[in-house]
Design a binder for this molecule. Structure first.
Ligand SMILES: [Zn+2]
Ligand SMILES: [Zn+2]
Length: 332
């Protein structure tokens, strides 16, 4: 789909399946060319390791033998390759850093014209050491990318990729004693592109390990065990506050309206006299509501390596590939 027309970068595969032990391996850890002895985990076609001087090292489908046939282009992409390797790395992960989980709630009151905001910290960010990782990636019947257990509670990991829609949200786990954290893989493309590979360096694999286990800016809580109980309590407290404030405003307004009735009031609420010719003229168009796109924001497309200034809201597609899929904000 999307990534096919978005340039060759997304077909540069950093990890492939080694035939000998059925493990995903880093391109820097195998022999050059056909000698790599690897196949594509998706279509099982042989791969070749391209380790030239100019292009970033990568695996590519060995197309000889397939030529002339109407073989469907394999969809094994950069991000799928990274996600598969991530799953393999999780099985050997000793500890992982998790971010704070702050839930924000805001309610607009049409009486006081005020936005009421409350935030609640559902958990504090920390490094956790799982008791073990489970081979079965199901969490209360929902398939996730990895599952571990900490102090008897299961934690699920979801890997977010620009080429795949995630249909899992907090509602899927309501009332369950599980946690779910999402890791956005988007930035790995940029990180991998800037790695200079050599035999000594840890390669893509080490960079990915660091990305997954040590960073928190790429992570986001989806669900914390029974979070809705604490969120509901916070919301109740907030609505009680709003009710109190609104009751005051309503009482004041009732008093003012009694006074107003002694003076002439026209439809539009002003006290000017309506001109007789007004009713014959073409009604004036209401002023166009101004679309508020918010503050200017710097964006980066990790695919095209371009940056531009867009707005807080709105489509803000990349000026080069015209897609928003590989865009990230540079605000943080
Ligand atoms: Zn393939
Ligand atoms: Zn782009």
């Amino acid at each position: 789909m999307g990534y096919k027309k978005h340039g060759k970068h997304l077909t540069l595969i950093p990890f492939a399946l080694r035939k000998a032990d059925e493990q995903l391996v880093d391109v820097s850890k195998v022999q050059k060319g056909k000698e790599c002895d690897c196949v594509c985990p998706s279509c099982h076609a042989p791969l070749i390791a391209r380790k030239g001087e100019i292009n970033q090292w990568h695996f590519a489908h060995a197309l000889r033998g397939f030529e002339g046939n109407k073989v469907e282009q394999c969809e094994y992409s950069f991000y799928l390759s990274v996600a598969l390797m991530a799953k393999q790395l999780f099985q050997k992960c000793d500890s992982i850093r998790l971010p704070d989980y702050i839930h924000a709630h805001s309610v607009y009151s049409r009486y006081s014209h005020q936005v009421y905001k409350r935030t609640i910290k559902l958990t504090k960010g920390r490094r956790i050491t799982p008791e073990y990782w489970l081979a079965d990636h199901k969490l209360k019947g929902i398939t996730v990318d990895a599952v571990c257990q900490i102090a008897g509670v299961k934690l699920g990991i979801i890997l977010k990729r620009p080429d795949k829609k995630i249909l899992i949200n907090a509602a899927n786990f309501e009332g369950k004693r599980v946690g779910v954290v999402q890791i956005d893989l988007l930035e790995t493309l940029r990180i991998f592109r800037n790695i200079t590979l050599s035999r000594k360096a840890g390669g893509f694999q080490q960079a990915l390990r660091h990305f997954l286990f040590d960073r928190i800016d790429n992570k986001q809580w989806i669900y914390y065990p029974r979070q809705e109980i604490r969120i509901a309590a916070m919301q109740q407290e907030l609505s009680a506050q709003i009710d109190k404030d609104e009751a005051k405003i309503k009482a004041n307004r009732a008093k003012t309206q009694i006074k107003m009735h002694t003076e002439p009031v026209f439809d539009d609420g002003t006290l000017t006299e309506a001109h007789p010719s007004d009713s014959l003229s073409i009604p004036r168009k209401p002023p166009k509501p101004e679309v508020n796109l918010g503050e200017p924001v710097r964006y980066e497309c990790v695919l095209c390596e371009v940056t531009w200034t867009g707005t807080e809201r709105g489509a803000n597609p990349c000026p080069k590939c015209h897609s928003h899929l590989y865009r990230r904000s540079l605000r943080d």
